[in-house]
Design a protein around this ligand. Structure first.
Ligand SMILES: NC(=O)c1ccc[n+]([C@@H]2O[C@H](COP(=O)([O-])OP(=O)(O)OC[C@H]3O[C@@H](n4cnc5c(N)ncnc54)[C@H](OP(=O)(O)O)[C@@H]3O)[C@@H](O)[C@H]2O)c1
Length: 349
């Protein structure tokens, strides 16, 4: 692919928006041509607007981009857009882009459960991508909305995919330990989270339970897996750790589960997409891994690291720990890999 597509990042100054810009800065297929944020940022350069919120060093040419409103006409005719807008804002903005013929790859929850919006974790349910054909028929444009899962769900469903494919899933119980960057900027007040665990994240458990079933189901029917989630905010910076308990429909030993996870490869790996990690899932043998500090950047943040796979006597199934980067596999990286999949499959031009 020679011509890099011009892309706009909506909500570019936030936690997720900055991760998009960072991952896109040297991308072989995409070039950031526009950045958009709220009224308070419009007219400022990207570098001055993110100021002390800056997450990583920016190439000079991106730091000099001037922020605009997230409206299709105010941007320089992008080929596609990545949305990192808050859910309260994203819904109508993303629809406007789609109506203007611009494909939108979104991190926001606004359209995730819409009937014809694929909720894609690219190694897990790439076959759902064709759901956008119905969107194209309805809008009569090539503009579409493609959502990626909530961060906790992205990590969970990738780890569950080999189990579901080989043995069928009946019940999944998950307890999450979620990093503070998952709450955006400024997120949880430091006085609330230091030396503390907060056993509540608004709407998170419902998202995990519903989205998991949409992703692991068929295009027309949720999977019918009983999913029960308990979500907690913990004082780590990046990386969501999840304690997963799963009962499969046909019996599987922990060794068989480990083998299925290790052998698993998805369409992004087969197509050798630029953001596809070589190993979507890594299973570690050590008794005390995964650990957030040691494993969060595995596969450039796109790999889910699993460990402590063992028998679960309560469900008569297996239990394990899974760790993933909430801003990469759980957000911007997943969205970018979705866009690569759509280009490689020629679903968008
Ligand atoms: N953080 C995560 O781990 C994570 C994971 C998965 C999904 N998500 C989703 O990704 C989205 C962004 O999350 P975040 O954590 O990056 O939040 P954030 O740090 O609060 O960033 C929000 C961004 O949206 C912009 N914005 C706010 N109100 C706006 C408005 N009225 N019009 C235009 N732009 C507006 C902000 O611009 P200003 O700087 O100008 O205010 C900023 O760029 C959310 O939908 C979130 O649920 C986040």
């Amino acid at each position: 692919m020679v011509n890099r597509r011009k892309v706009a990042v909506l909500g570019a100054t936030g936690m997720m928006g900055q991760k998009f810009v960072q991952l896109l800065a040297h991308h072989p297929w995409f070039e950031v041509s526009a950045v958009a944020a709220s009224d308070k940022s419009v007219g400022k350069t990207y570098a001055s607007s993110i100021g002390s919120r800056r997450e990583a060093n920016l190439p000079d040419e991106l730091g000099g981009l001037v922020l605009t409103e997230p409206k299709p006409r105010t941007l320089d005719d992008p080929d596609l857009a990545f949305s990192a807008l808050p859910a309260e804002v994203a819904g109508p903005v993303e629809e406007d882009f789609a109506k203007a013929g611009i494909p939108v790859f979104s991190n926001a929850s606004s359209h995730r459960m819409d009937q014809y919006v694929p909720l894609l974790n690219p190694e897990v349910n790439p076959e759902h991508a064709v759901m956008v054909e119905e969107q194209k028929r309805k809008t009569k444009t090539d503009g579409i909305i493609v959502a990626n899962p909530n961060c906790t769900t992205a990590i969970l469903t990738l780890s569950l995919k080999p189990l579901n494919d080989k043995y069928g899933l009946e019940t999944v119980v998950v307890s999450s330990m979620q990093a503070v960057s998952g709450a955006g900027y400024p997120g949880v007040a430091s006085l609330d989270i230091m030396q503390n665990v907060i056993p509540f994240i608004r709407n998170e458990e419902e998202k995990v339970e519903h989205e998991t079933n949409k992703i692991l189901g068929s295009m027309s029917k949720p999977a019918g897996i009983t999913v029960s989630a308990s979500c907690n905010r913990v004082p780590t910076l990046h990386g969501h750790m999840e304690a997963v308990f799963a009962k499969t429909r046909s019996a599987a030993t922990p060794n068989e589960i480990v083998k299925a996870m290790r052998e698993f490869k998805g369409t992004p790996q087969q197509l050798k997409l630029p953001s596809a990690p070589q190993h979507p899932i890594i299973v570690r043998e050590e008794e005390d891994r995964p650990q957030t500090r040691l494993d969060v950047d595995e596969g450039n943040g796109m790999t889910v690291t699993v460990g402590r796979v063992r028998r679960d006597p309560a469900l008569n199934g297996v239990k394990y720990m899974a760790l993933g980067h909430n801003l990469v596999r759980g957000g911007a990286g997943c969205s970018i890999l979705n866009a690569e999949l759509f280009l490689a499959k020629k679903i968008i031009k």
